[in-house]
Every structure is written in structure tokens, then in C-alpha cells.
Write a protein that binds this ligand. Structure first.
Ligand code: 5AD
Ligand code: SF4
Length: 352
């Protein structure tokens, strides 16, 4: 058996892959890449089904205290006009999403300390009381106490991408912080009973296939419930403006390998992938993805949440975006999920 087939067999048999097995899968080309994508599609269908979960995302603040080299929201980017939404504005976006049938709202922001722990807790409580939707928070690294009170207020899930498992690259790309501190946050979130999501960027400058394999191994170790995997896209107002973007093919391969190694995780077809290439999200859905985000950030401020340029969803009204997503899913014969889309916990034997 050739190396590719042997590595594929390891993951399909539910055995623990070695780093080299993952590198081999990520190196697949031509017919092997096609076989990898097909395998990921089959595992996705068998483990999480055909239905696709839709999440309404509300980006409520573009202020950030951090200075990540890759991100347009970094604090040194003075060219970006910033905004903050107040409770009324956030609630009206939530109402709109709930009225359109969304069962999960994702509240996301830069790391903005102006929104205090108790303020966010109050907001979560109100949303849960009024609308009964699942609430996902994605507000970066905060204190354990903040995470605790938000969970107590009813938050169901938390997204905190580890970004890269390569400690040195992490230190270089996120000045003043460490991978270890971020992983500690992820452990707190799990302890507190959140469905916890992680994820990484693909094609970061200085990132090797070996380091990408490390991302997948790390997420397996964390037993991550959700994994956001998207290409790096250079932003002109950041120090990485000259760097090349991550490729569509490598991002799809990473997603496919993630599906094989985390069979029951929720994997979004990311907006970044849709921005990188037309048809990027569709391709993602055929090689492992089972989640799509629809943007409910008010149009007046939407273009100020510019993590990377030309974000694919920058102009679409939610209603229009939802129609597009439904057409995309219909073309793939994939139904829209009707349930909350909570995490399906790993059951032993799948990939242990
Ligand atoms: N390209 C792609 N993704 C990016 N993110 C931030 N900057 C970029 C970029 N230039 C992603 C990170 C972060 C999320 C908010 O956006 O993964 O977690
Ligand atoms: Fe802030 Fe997140 Fe952007 Fe880093 S990636 S600058 S923490 S919004």
C-alpha cells in the first residue's frame, strides 16, 4: 500500500494518526486529493448527517486591545473607523435572526474590555429569556470569572480559535501573548461546560505542513466541538500586507483531514474561504463542512469589521444572504438543519 492509502486507512479505521500520517494526507495531489475529499464527505455524512446548521453572526464591536500581525482590527490600524453596538442594536439584530428562523446567534467582537463581564452576562440572559436561541460567544481571551458568569447567564458555546499550534509562530503573530495562555482559556471553557470551538488559519507566512498537522493533532487532543478552519488573507493595513494568501486547495485539504480526525465536530464553510474563491464555501461543504454563518451585523457598520479585505458577506442583506445559502444547499441536496445544532460529543472509538 502506498503512503497516502496507508495514512488514509489509519484515520478511517479510527486509529490515532501520527504527525507524519497527517502531513502525508495534507500533501495529497490530483487523484489522491480527490480521494481525500470524497472520504471526508463520506465521514461527514455518516457522523453528522447531511443537514447544514445555519448560525447568525453579529459582530458588535470592532475595537480590539490586541495587535495580531494578520488582522485588520489590530489596535495599530488607525485607518479603520471603529464602532460599538449598544444593547438595543444587538437585540434588534438578534430579533431579526430569530424571526427568520435562526436557532443560534453568535456574538463576536475584537477583544474589547469596554464590554464588562457583567454587561455581557446581562445581554446573554436577556437574549436567552426573550428568544430561546442558542448563544455562542466569540470575544477572545477573558478571565475565568467572566467565562463563568457568561455560562451561568446561559451562554451555550464559545469560539476561541487557537490560530496556530506553532508556539513560535504564535508568539510572533500575536505579540504579547502565548499559545499556552490561549489553551488555558480553552480548558477553562470546557471545564465550565461550554461547547468549545477552536480552529486555525491555513497558509500563514512561516507555517509548514508539519505545523498544520500540529493544528489538527491539537484539536483532537482538545476534543474540540467546533473547528473554524479558513485561509489566511493578507490585509493591506497590516504588517503582513505583502504576504501570500493561503491557497484554496490546502485549506480544503486541511478541512478534509480535520473531518477525518474529528468526525463529529461542527466544521463551518468559512466566510474567509468564500472570500478567497468563488465557490469556496460550496467546495468546503463537499469536503467535510456542515455549518454556514450568515452575517446579521447592521449594514451601516458591516464594512468596519474588516478582519481581512473584501469579506465575502460585506454587502449581502441577511434575507438575501439566506436565500443564497439556501440555493447553495439545494444545489448540493443538503437540507437546512432544524435543530439547535449543539455539539455531538465524541463517542469512544471514532478517532481515539
Ligand atoms: N485572514 C484570515 N483570517 C483572519 N482572522 C483574522 N485575521 C485574518 C486574516 N488576515 C481570523 C482569525 C480570528 C478571526 C476573528 O478572524 O482566525 O480568529
Ligand atoms: Fe483582535 Fe482577534 Fe484581530 Fe487579534 S485576531 S487583532 S485578537 S480581533
Amino acid at each position: 500500500m502506498d503512503r497516502f492509502s496507508a495514512a488514509l486507512k489509519v484515520v478511517l479505521d479510527g486509529k490515532k494518526p501520527g504527525r507524519q500520517d497527517i502531513v502525508t494526507l495534507l500533501s495529497a495531489r490530483g487523484s489522491q486529493a480527490a480521494a481525500l475529499f470524497r472520504a471526508a464527505g463520506r465521514v461527514r455524512r455518516a457522523k453528522v448527517g447531511d443537514a447544514v446548521h445555519l448560525r447568525a453572526i453579529i459582530e458588535f464591536s470592532s475595537h480590539c486591545r490586541n495587535n495580531c500581525l494578520y488582522c485588520g482590527l489590530r489596535r495599530d490600524n488607525r485607518r479603520l473607523p471603529r464602532y460599538r453596538l449598544d444593547e438595543g442594536e444587538i437585540m434588534s439584530a438578534v430579533d431579526k435572526a430569530a424571526a427568520m428562523g435562526f436557532r443560534t446567534v453568535v456574538l463576536q467582537s475584537g477583544e474589547d474590555p469596554l464590554y464588562s463581564g457583567p454587561y455581557i452576562a446581562g445581554l446573554v440572559e436577556k437574549i436567552k429569556r426573550r428568544r430561546g436561541v442558542a448563544v455562542t460567544l466569540s470575544l477572545g481571551q477573558r478571565s475565568r470569572e467572566d467565562y463563568r458568569i457568561w455560562r451561568e447567564a446561559g451562554a451555550d458555546r464559545y469560539l476561541l480559535k487557537h490560530e496556530t499550534s506553532d508556539e513560535e509562530l504564535f508568539r510572533c503573530l500575536k505579540p504579547g501573548s502565548s499559545l499556552q495562555a490561549r489553551l488555558e482559556c480553552l480548558h477553562w471553557l470546557k471545564e465550565l461546560g461550554y461547547q468549545a470551538g477552536s480552529g486555525n488559519m491555513v497558509g500563514l507566512p512561516g507555517q509548514s505542513l508539519d505545523s498544520l498537522a500540529g493544528d489538527i493533532l491539537l484539536m483532537r487532543e482538545l476534543e474540540t466541538d467546533m473547528a473554524g478552519i479558513g485561509p489566511f488573507l493578507p490585509h493591506p493595513d497590516t504588517p503582513l500586507k505583502e504576504a501570500a494568501a493561503g491557497s484554496l486547495e490546502l485549506t480544503l485539504k486541511t478541512l478534509a483531514v480535520a473531518r477525518l480526525c474529528l468526525p463529529r465536530a461542527h466544521l463551518p464553510a468559512t466566510t474567509a474561504l468564500g472570500t478567497l474563491a468563488p465557490g469556496g464555501r460550496k467546495a468546503a461543504l463537499t469536503c467535510g463542512a456542515n455549518v454556514i454563518m450568515v452575517n446579521f451585523t447592521p449594514p451601516e457598520v458591516r464594512d468596519r469589521y474588516l478582519i481581512y479585505p473584501q469579506k465575502a458577506d460585506i454587502t449581502d442583506e441577511p434575507r438575501r444572504a439566506l436565500e443564497n445559502v439556501k440555493a447553495l444547499l439545494a444545489g448540493l441536496a443538503r437540507p437546512v438543519a432544524r435543530d439547535y445544532g449543539h455539539a455531538i460529543k465524541f463517542s469512544g472509538g471514532d478517532c481515539t
